[in-house]
Design a protein around this ligand. Structure first.
Ligand SMILES: [Zn+2]
Length: 268
């Protein structure tokens, strides 16, 4: 599932494939960008902010509206992905009908599958896309105190929903939310005001995401073996790895949540 670590990894893939390159072609398969051609544009850098990808480009001399620095924004949500191929290699990652963007350079072809919120905006206006986000868990400017402050500002929200709200902190998705709360022994339904150690919870979320940077298998248990990578996420009705109680799965807000009713007692 694309969460902050996956998006961070993806930004690095695009950075290695395209940074510094002059594009030799582009193909956008979304209505909003169907007429956009980035041939001749230079890729400055690839970055992530929470779960958002920002590919920063410089237009060739004399762009029509006078701006040089632009950002191609994309969001992976649940299923999106970018892959880098060498020219001539078969694009085998996903079915072709899921392709939303193709960027060609002399040394690499980047193919974006099932992307959401694909848009080309002036880099100066990036904040209109990501300015609402809380501190980025994997950003160079990660600010745990600010994340705690934002969480605490809505004390009656459930911690399960608050950790997913990207305005509080950016990068936690459903997998890390479930796993952090298990490891801290906190029920997902606990109101934020009753969480015993909010800074510790935030710090653990950051450590789990950071530990998975640089690899595509997301693990919170330390094991990379299939079926052993999580404590509760995706393990409904299976025995808790600590106490043997059956893991439960229920809706919480707009998402499902997994938890162990014995290890994560409700507080209020
Ligand atoms: Zn348990």
């Amino acid at each position: 599932m694309p969460e902050g670590d996956t998006v961070w990894n993806t930004a690095r893939v695009l950075q290695r494939a395209l940074a510094g390159a002059r594009l030799t072609g582009s193909d956008f398969r979304v209505p909003r960008l169907a007429a956009t051609d980035l041939t001749g544009w230079t890729v400055r850098e690839s970055a992530s902010r929470g779960k958002h990808l920002l590919l920063r480009l410089t237009a060739p001399d004399g762009p029509a509206d006078g701006r040089r620095d632009w950002t191609l924004h994309s969001h992976l949500r649940m299923e999106g992905a970018w892959r880098a191929y060498v020219p001539g290699e078969r694009w085998a990652a996903r079915p072709a009908h899921l392709i939303r963007a193709v960027l060609r350079s002399p040394g690499a072809v980047a193919v974006g599958y099932h992307l959401h919120e694909l848009a080309l905006v002036p880099t100066a206006e990036e904040e209109s896309l990501v300015g609402h986000l809380g501190p980025d868990l994997l950003g160079p400017d990660w600010d745990p105190d600010e994340a705690v402050r934002r969480l605490a500002a809505h004390p009656d929200k459930t911690i399960g929903e608050a950790l997913l709200d990207q305005r509080n902190l950016a990068g936690v998705g459903n997998l890390y939310k479930c796993e952090v709360l298990f490891l801290r022994g906190i029920s997902p339904w606990t109101p934020v005001r009753a969480v015993p150690d909010l800074p510790g919870t935030v710090a653990l979320a950051q450590r789990l995401l950071a530990a998975n940077r640089g690899r595509w298998t997301q693990s919170t248990t330390g094991s990379l073996h299939r079926g052993q990578t999580s404590y509760v996420y995706g393990r409904r009705a299976q025995p808790c790895r600590r106490c043997g109680t059956a893991i439960r799965k229920e809706e919480l807000g707009e998402r499902v949540t997994y938890w162990c009713p014995a290890c994560q007692p409700e507080r209020s």
